[in-house]
Design a protein around this ligand. Structure first.
Ligand SMILES: [Cu+2]
Length: 247
């Protein structure tokens, strides 16, 4: 069958919506086509029009952690430790009945990520089942300063193909603390990491991985003497963790 322009356009829209999941849009993740106040692309990189796609799906890695490994040449946001930050998400996406969201920081170029906020269970929904596309929380007062920190959102979806999402925005943080300790970012449904099934209404599916995440300490780059280290094992509750939301 020959397809006219209109049918082709309809097919392309269907194909595009099949790729529509969820994306952070502010701070602008690397190369995101829908991002707000995005920096200029690094040389040789292209705009990501599949910005809401997962980095792993059905046991297959589609993209590396952060989606892209080359940082924005200039920061997507400038924050001060202790300030309130608002994180915005695409409103055109598919929320997959929620799932586990984490927001994390890396001070070593993406080798290790320490969690600064979590919404576990029904991320993207409130208690009344309304959509939530904006999360506001406090950047902990004791996160170190850095000219090249990475702020990451990661998500394990509750419903649908087993996926792992991760968007990264390069940010400047002003702060005087030399180190920060918190849970290590949990990675699930990515090759080489544990998998969790569809939640099927059980919103504590996989919760043990989050509760048992080892505590890691990250260091301000200038003071860094090595890679971020795991300082305590899972049995110890994180000492400097923010309050977490279980929705
Ligand atoms: Cu999806």
């Amino acid at each position: 069958m020959r397809l006219g322009f209109r049918q082709l356009t309809a097919l392309m829209v269907m194909a595009a919506s099949a790729w529509t999941h969820m994306s952070m849009i502010s701070p602008c993740p690397r190369y995101n086509s829908k991002g707000i106040d995005c920096p200029a692309l690094p040389p040789g990189e292209a705009i990501d029009y599949n910005e809401s796609s997962p980095i792993a799906s059905s046991g297959v890695a589609l993209q590396p952690f952060c989606k892209y490994t080359t940082p924005w040449p200039t920061p997507a946001a400038q924050w001060t430790a202790g300030q309130s930050i608002t994180i915005n998400f695409s409103t055109y996406g598919s929320e997959h009945n929620g799932g586990m969201c984490e927001w994390s920081l890396s001070y070593d170029g993406g080798k290790s990520f320490v969690v600064i906020n979590r919404v576990l269970g029904r991320c993207f929904y409130d208690a009344q089942n309304n959509y939530v596309f904006n999360y506001t929380f406090t950047l902990p007062a004791n996160v170190p300063g850095s000219d090249s920190a990475i702020f990451a959102w990661s998500w394990v979806n509750a419903m649908g193909n087993r996926e792992f999402y991760m968007n990264c925005a390069d940010v400047v943080i002003k702060g005087t603390s030399e180190s920060f300790s918190g849970p290590q970012m949990t990675i699930l449904n990515y090759p080489g990491y544990p998998s969790v099934p569809e939640f099927m209404g059980n919103y504590s599916t996989g919760l043990a991985y989050y509760n048992n995440a080892p505590t890691i300490t990250v260091f301000a780059k200038a003071n860094q003497t090595g890679n971020s280290t795991i300082t305590t094992m899972p049995a110890d509750p994180p000492q400097s963790s923010p309050p977490y939301t279980m929705t």
